[in-house]
Design a protein around this ligand. Structure first.
Ligand code: G6P
Length: 367
């Protein structure tokens, strides 16, 4: 195993660095110019056009990809999407039936709760589309249709490249469905499709700033709890950033919708508490600026992950990682990368066993 991760000290770091390639692989054969197609996908276009709502279910990191899928599909396809954790979804007699589509997301394709939700949906007559990374996995075999994330084997327990591939796939799916249903302005859909292949280079540009991000993580010493805040897509990215940090560094991290802070959580923001503020959506910068001011006023140490031209965010944060220019709807793919590196270097600084965190399994096949 030592040889396989070389020259990287951990599989997680290797897999983080594979992401530009994974983005290319996940797009391969599915995008031609600005045309999107899913060769081999047999879902009837009539069925996809008639969908009145959509369900997404998954566990852990895959669920966080599902949250982004929900927001992108709602935004572009204009139908309600419910995204829920599989262990909740399956036990609540989900309102699924013939004519409904459930998208299940699973890197391994073996997660017990996700598989059980899939079976429950099938038993109720719904159609199941799986997004998975493992060919021939239980989820792949049992779903009606499969879209593979071509991320290659993921060894580190904390998922990175599979998540990025899941988000890319949801973006493709949202644009594809929106074209089919003519539910979004064609020029917006063209812009998104044209922007997708470039994500590989954009992520590469973020990876080139690894040292800067490592220094930001290393500089925060003796912290035991932190908040990740954001709105909309950034909130979903914040959820994933917080999970990464918890999984491998054991620092308590809570992701919070920035606007909800004042309804209780702000009480926990005191002098020196690190807050990672996600602000990649220009339409929400003004609101995020006031949320950052709110936590700054309580003494928080704010690290912003924001856009290239976000002067109003940079002005109020203590430090900022400014991402390369990217369309706001594509930003989740890019914004998660510094958070992965941040979690990685925070864990390394604390001497944690990054690839094999305590109490966690790569694939949870028991309920
Ligand atoms: C475990 C892993 C997580 C993963 C989750 C779902 O808890 O530790 O990293 O996100 O399972 O796994 P799946 O294979 O279904 O995506």
């Amino acid at each position: 195993a030592q040889a396989e991760k070389a020259p990287y000290p951990h599989f997680m770091l290797k897999e983080i660095h594979e992401q530009p390639q994974v983005i290319r692989e996940t797009l391969r054969g599915r995008i031609e110019g600005t045309e999107i197609a899913f060769p081999g996908l047999k879902l009837d276009p009539g069925f996809l056009k008639s969908l009145r709502r959509l369900y997404i279910t998954a566990c852990g990191t895959a669920y966080h990809a599902g949250l982004i899928g929900k927001m992108l599909i709602e935004r572009l396809v204009r139908i309600p999407v419910e995204a829920d954790i599989a262990s909740e979804f399956r036990y609540r007699d989900p309102l699924l039936g013939p004519g409904d589509l459930l998208v299940v997301v699973s890197q391994s394709g073996e997660t017990a709760d996700t598989l059980a939700a899939l079976r429950e949906a099938k038993a109720k007559g719904a159609t199941v589309l799986a997004i998975t990374n493992v060919v021939g996995s239980s989820v792949a075999r049992e779903a009606h249709e499969v879209l593979y994330t071509w991320a290659g084997p993921e060894i580190a327990v904390a998922s990175t490249k599979a998540y990025v591939a899941q988000v890319v796939l949801f973006t493709l799916l949202a644009v594809y469905l929106a074209r089919l249903r003519e539910s979004a302005p064609p020029e917006l859909l063209r812009e998104l499709a044209a922007g997708l292949p470039g994500l590989s280079e954009t992520v590469q540009a973020v990876l080139a700033r690894e040292e800067e991000i490592a220094a930001l993580a290393g500089a925060r010493k003796g912290w035991e709890h932190t908040f990740f805040i954001g709105r909309g897509l950034d909130w979903a990215v914040a959820c994933e950033g917080a999970l990464k940090l918890k999984e491998i560094s054991y620092i308590h991290a809570e992701a919070y919708a920035a606007g909800e802070l004042k309804h209780g959580t702000l009480a926990l923001v005191t002098e020196g508490v690190p807050v990672i503020a996600l602000a990649t959506q220009p339409a929400l910068w003004e609101k995020m600026q006031s949320n950052i001011r709110e936590v700054k006023a309580r003494g928080a140490d704010v690290l912003a992950v924001t856009g290239a031209k976000a002067a109003e965010i940079v002005a109020v944060a203590d430090e900022a990682i400014c991402l390369p220019p990217v369309h706001p709807l594509l930003a989740p793919v890019v914004a998660v990368v510094p958070l992965q590196l941040f979690a990685y270097y925070a864990a390394v600084a604390r001497g944690c066993d990054v690839d094999r965190p305590r109490n966690l399994a790569k694939s949870v096949t028991v309920e």
